[in-house]
Design a protein around this ligand. Structure first.
Ligand code: APR
Ligand code: PHB
Length: 397
C-alpha cells in the first residue's frame, strides 16, 4: 500500500492530523491498536482551550461541540476556605475555555473520517516503523490477520506515551526530560449536578481537590491522593469526606453527592522528549510530552502540535519545501516548554508535597494570593489557561 502520511495512533492527535490533512487533500492511513469502542469510551480530561475549539469548528467537526459543550468564562481558585472567581474571558480579552470530554472529540473525528471513508485500522497488531532516515519510510502492520506494508513520505507518531514511535529515534539523538510527582489524582464521575458552574481548583492542607463537570447533571471530581493508592483504598464515603473538607468554603458552599459510576487513579508526571522530529518521523501529543493535569493542557498541547505539523506537511506536499518540517521540532518545543512551565507552576502551587514544610506552605498561599489579586498575575493566568494562540510561538527565540 501507499499513502502520503502514515499516522500511528487514533487519539485526538492522530485523528485531528488525519482530518486536517484530509481537508488539505493529503492522503493518510491511521493505524490504532485498540478497538473503536475502547477509544470512544476511554475517560480522559475535558477542558478545551479557545484555540482547540477554533480548530474543531473551522475544520468542520465542531457542530456537536458548539451544541453540547459548556463554555466557561470563569474559573474559581480556592484556598483558606475562600473562593476566588476569575473572569478568564475578560482577563484574556475574549478567550474562554470549553468543557467537552476528550472522548467526545474522538467520536466526532472518527465519525468524520468514516464518513469520508479514509483508512482507519482499529485493532491493528504488530505495528512497526522502518526507514525513517531514508527517503522511503514505511510502516508494517497486521490488520484483520493480513500483514500490510505501507510505503509513505512521512510517518506521524501520535501513539501516546506508551507508543513505539519515540523509541525508534536513536538513543544518541533522543533527550528525555522527566519529573515524577509524589502524588496522584483520584478521579470520579458522579450523578450529581455540579454545585458550581465553574471549574474549581482548591488548595487545602489535606491536599488538592478539583470540581469539574460533564454536563448539567454529571460532576467530574478529583482529589489528590498518595501515589501508591488504588481505587480500593477509596470507598465512596472516604472520597466524599475528603472532597467536602477540601472544597468547602466559610460561606457554607457544598458539592452535592450522588452515585459514583466511574473511579480511576491517574499518576502525574512532566515529560518532554527532544527532538520531536527525526528524519521522516514527526512526533505529536503524549508521544512527545506529558504534563500534570492541573492546567488541563495535555489535549490542547496535542492539538497545537498537530496545527504546526499540518503547516509543515502542507508546505512539503503543496510546495515541495522541507523548511517547516525541519523547524517543526524547535517551533513546537518552544510552545511545549511554555505549557510545561504553566502546568508545573499550577501543579506546584495547588498540591501538598509530602516533603514540604510550613515555609513552603506559606509560599504557596502567598503565590495563590498573588495569582488571584494582582491584575498582572491574573491576566497571565487567564491568558495561559485559555491558551496562547499557536501562531504566537512561531516567532519566539
Ligand atoms: N500502534 C498504533 N496505535 C498505538 C500504538 C501502536 N504501537 N501504541 C499506542 N497506540 C494508540 C493508543 O491506543 C491511543 O489510542 O495511540 C493512541 C494515542 O492516543 P492518546 O494517548 O490519547 O494521545 P494523544 O492523541 O497524543 O492525545 C493527547 O493528551 O494529556 C493527554 O488526555 C490527553 O490523551 C490526551 C493526550
Ligand atoms: C476535567 O474536567 O477532567 C478537568 C478539568 C480541569 C483540569 C483537569 C481535568 O485541570
Amino acid at each position: 500500500m501507499k499513502t502520503q502520511v502514515a499516522i500511528i495512533g487514533a487519539g485526538p492527535a492522530g485523528l485531528m492530523l488525519g482530518h486536517l490533512l484530509h481537508n488539505a487533500g493529503i492522503d493518510t492511513i491511521i493505524v490504532e491498536i485498540k478497538s473503536r469502542q475502547y477509544i470512544e469510551e476511554r475517560v480522559r480530561a475535558g477542558v478545551l482551550e479557545q484555540g482547540t475549539v477554533n480548530v474543531m469548528v473551522d475544520s468542520g467537526v465542531g457542530e456537536r461541540l458548539l451544541r453540547e459543550g459548556l463554555e466557561h468564562e470563569y474559573i474559581d481558585i480556592r484556598f483558606n476556605k475562600k473562593p476566588h472567581r476569575l473572569n478568564v474571558k475578560e482577563l484574556s480579552r475574549g478567550r474562554s475555555v470549553w468543557v467537552y470530554a476528550q472522548h467526545e472529540i474522538v467520536k466526532d473525528l472518527v465519525a468524520a473520517r468514516l464518513e469520508y471513508d479514509e483508512p482507519l485500522y482499529f485493532e491493528a497488531r504488530d505495528v512497526s516503523i522502518h526507514g525513517i532516515d531514508t527517503d522511503k519510510p514505511s510502516i508494517r502492520v497486521v490488520h484483520e490477520d493480513r500483514q500490510q506494508i505501507v510505503d509513505c513520505d512521512y510517518i506521524a507518531g501520535c501513539d501516546g506515551f506508551h507508543g513505539i514511535s519515540r523509541r525508534v529515534i536513536p538513543d544518541s539523538v533522543l533527550r528525555i526530560y522527566d519529573r515524577q510527582y509524589p502524588f496522584a489524582w483520584l478521579g470520579v464521575l458522579a450523578e450529581a449536578p455540579p454545585a458550581s458552574q465553574e471549574i474549581i481548583y482548591a488548595y487545602h492542607e489535606r491536599g488538592f481537590a478539583l470540581q469539574s463537570m460533564r454536563g448539567p447533571d454529571i460532576s467530574r471530581l478529583y482529589v489528590q491522593c498518595p501515589v501508591a493508592d488504588t481505587v480500593e483504598d477509596w470507598p465512596d464515603d472516604r472520597f466524599w469526606t475528603e472532597l467536602h473538607a477540601r472544597l468547602e468554603t466559610e460561606d457554607g458552599w457544598q458539592q452535592q453527592e450522588g452515585p459514583i459510576f466511574q473511579k480511576g487513579i491517574t499518576g502525574m508526571r512532566s515529560f518532554v522528549c527532544e527532538p520531536m522530529q527525526y528524519g521522516r518521523l514527526l512526533l505529536a501529543g503524549d508521544a512527545a510530552h506529558i504534563v500534570p493535569p492541573t492546567g488541563a493542557k495535555g489535549l490542547n498541547m496535542a492539538i497545537g502540535d498537530i496545527q504546526t505539523m499540518t503547516r509543515a506537511l502542507r508546505a512539503y506536499f503543496e510546495g515541495g519545501s522541507k523548511d517547516y518540517i525541519h523547524s517543526y521540532s524547535d517551533t513546537s518545543l518552544k510552545r511545549v516548554w511554555q505549557m510545561q512551565r504553566f502546568a508545573s507552576m499550577l501543579c506546584y502551587n495547588l498540591h501538598r508535597f509530602p516533603e514540604h514544610n510550613t515555609f513552603e506552605h506559606k509560599m504557596q498561599i502567598a503565590e495563590l494570593n498573588n495569582m488571584t489579586h494582582s491584575k498582572e498575575a491574573m491576566r497571565a493566568l487567564a491568558q495561559n489557561y485559555t491558551g496562547v494562540p499557536v501562531e504566537l510561538f512561531y516567532d519566539l527565540d
